[in-house]
Design a binder for this molecule. Structure first.
Ligand SMILES: Nc1ncnc2c1ncn2[C@@H]1O[C@H](COP(=O)(O)OP(=O)(O)OP(=O)(O)O)[C@@H](O)[C@H]1O
Ligand SMILES: Cc1ncc(CO)c(N)n1
Length: 518
């Protein structure tokens, strides 16, 4: 099961340190970048924070050096005193539990020594080192006198991500002339340092842009895994190395598997490069589009998907809050005939909705979800029985109204198609909108301050309670997980099903006004 918002089982991380440090995988890892700045936002700390966030992490940043640079090149570097660097590092580690560290530009010997000493004391569970030496523009970002200190830092980390010239410099060899030689160098660095090496192929000019991972741990020790991707035709590659290494730190803290992390990160990077040109930042080598997925219909990760669904129904939500039925239900002036009609229809609705929830249980990909939906189907029947007993007692079974029919037809059709993702999206507004509507009504009632008894208080209490709120939160989390697993087409269908159900919820509240004959 993959659910990006919950901590999962603790594992022992692949670590180069003698005693393996315990890592707990987290849905939203706390990731610290230790690097230099880029005021144009494409590389360094600024790129790292975007990359961490785009990959589902919580980003933090300690600045090693302030760099005056843009998409064309570097003009100056200011390095604050190392005591101040240490104060920044200690400020973070004395308070926050760090799940992963990405190290970028270090600049000089003193900075390297300070970071090294902090690493030895703090021992973060996961460290990725991008051995930054030269910027995309060709400007030096590491003093020549600090190269040996950087080499000595490598064995302290878990993953090192050199480009071709950096790999050569770390090995004190000439730069590889072709990809096969680069892979051999990657193997040598891994053997010498005992660290997993990610060799980046961005600097060659072939049609492909391959990367390889040389593993040193576990069953894949010594193996070379290649991840090919087509070269994207763009000059906007400023900060790809920074973005890649901070994304690797973030995703590794979520998956615990370097190969899986690189597969996911390459896929994201490819998308970010493909849409880089649309940003139009600067006249040189511009930045990549870190958040392309957030702004598009392609799978936003984790909670971003349901957040975007919720945003897309903002007009429907405002419509609901202005419906005469909802206004009158809120202030207690609703006519009993209208309420009776609504509840009669709701009882009919819940009977069938329970079957839809049972269908979700049948389709559920995990044991937890199967139980959750089976339980929800049962609770739904209990609520329906309660409605009959307490409100509709003595009344005959009502006739199904047109809105009830349309809404139920939609739910039966979507859940009947066999896609769990689409069925869950169709079922979600029933939870989410009721939690939302009842909470707002209750807040308005409290704000009114009169304290007078509310004629529909017993109905409101069905939905204003922590168990219902918790059920709703879980349904939302399951929808996000389903969206991550779904294909792009399925996600479009999820969105359509969700929006359609939300519209029917609004129509359902409005049905008494339209169909009750006075
Ligand atoms: N044009 C491209 N198309 C697809 N992937 C690319 C392209 N350029 C770079 N990459 C990928 O981006 C990542 C960074 O590679 P690169 O070798 O450029 O690192 P770098 O030189 O450290 O980056 P930079 O100095 O630009 O920040 C690698 O995964 C590489 O495969
Ligand atoms: C601060 C900083 N780190 C790394 C790079 C490499 O792109 C850069 N240009 N600037």
């Amino acid at each position: 099961m993959s659910n990006s918002d919950r901590p999962v089982d603790p594992v022992t991380s692949a670590s180069s340190n003698p005693e393996a440090r315990k890592t707990t995988l987290r849905g939203t890892p706390r990731v610290l970048s230790i690097a230099g700045t880029d005021p144009t936002g494409g590389a360094g700390i600024q790129a790292d924070l975007k990359s961490i966030a785009a990959n589902g992490g919580y980003g933090m940043a300690v600045i090693t050096a302030l760099v005056a640079q843009n998409t064309r090149g570097v003009t100056a570097v200011h390095t604050p005193p190392v005591q101040f660097l240490r104060q920044q590092l200690d400020a973070v580690s004395s308070d926050v539990q760090i799940d992963a560290v990405k190290i970028g530009m270090l600049g000089d010997l003193h900075v390297i020594e300070e970071v090294r000493s902090w690493l030895q004391v703090t021992r973060p569970p996961l460290v990725v080192l991008d051995p930054v030496m030269v910027a995309t523009s060709g400007d030096r970002l590491l003093m020549a006198s600090a190269e040996q200190a950087l080499r000595d830092l490598v064995p302290l980390v878990d993953l090192v991500t050199p480009n071709v010239p950096e790999l050569a410099a770390l090995l004190q060899e000439g730069p590889a002339e072709d990809w096969a030689e680069a892979i051999q160098q990657g193997r040598r660095l891994s053997e010498q340092s005992g660290v997993t090496v990610l060799v980046k192929g961005g600097h060659f000019t072939g049609a492909d842009c391959p990367d390889v991972l040389v593993n040193v741990h576990g069953m894949l020790a010594g193996s070379v895994l290649e991840f090919a991707s087509a070269r994207v035709a763009t000059k906007n590659t400023h900060g790809t190395g920074c973005s890649l290494s901070s994304a690797m730190a973030t995703v590794q803290a979520q998956t615990g598997d370097w190969a899986e992390s690189l597969r996911r990160v390459k896929d994201w990077l490819d998308d970010s490069l493909t849409h880089a040109d649309s940003l139009e930042v600067g006249g040189g080598n511009g930045p990549i589009h870190h958040f392309h997925r957030l702004f598009s219909d392609r799978a936003p990760q984790g909670a971003d998907f349901t957040r975007s669904l919720w945003e897309s129904i903002t007009p429907i939500r405002s419509e609901i809050f202005q419906l005469p039925f909802i206004v009158a239900l809120g202030d207690g002036t609703l006519k009993l005939a209208d309420f009776d009609y609504y509840l009669g229809q709701d009882a009919l609705y819940l009977r069938t909705y329970s079957r839809v929830l049972a269908r979700l249980s049948a389709l559920a990909p995990t044991d937890e979800e199967q139980r959750f939906w089976a339980n929800s189907a049962q609770v739904c029947l209990d609520v329906e029985a309660d409605l009959h007993r307490s409100w509709l007692g003595g009344h005959a079974q009502p006739v199904q109204g047109p809105v009830t029919k349309r809404y139920l037809d939609h739910l039966m059709a979507t859940s009947g198609q066999g896609s769990y993702a689409v069925a869950i999206a169709a079922a979600l507004p029933c939870f989410w909108l009721y939690a939302d509507v009842s909470e707002r009504m209750h807040a308005a009632y409290l704000a009114d301050g009169s304290g007078k008894e509310h004629p529909y208080a017993a109905w409101l209490e069905t939905y204003i309670n922590e168990p219902f709120a918790e059920t709703t939160r879980r349904a939302i989390a399951f929808t996000d997980a389903a969206a991550v697993a779904a294909s792009p087409r399925e996600r479009l269908n999820m969105r359509a099903a969700f929006e359609q159900s939300a519209q029917y919820e609004s129509d359902f509240f409005d049905a008494a006004r339209r169909y009750v004959r006075v």
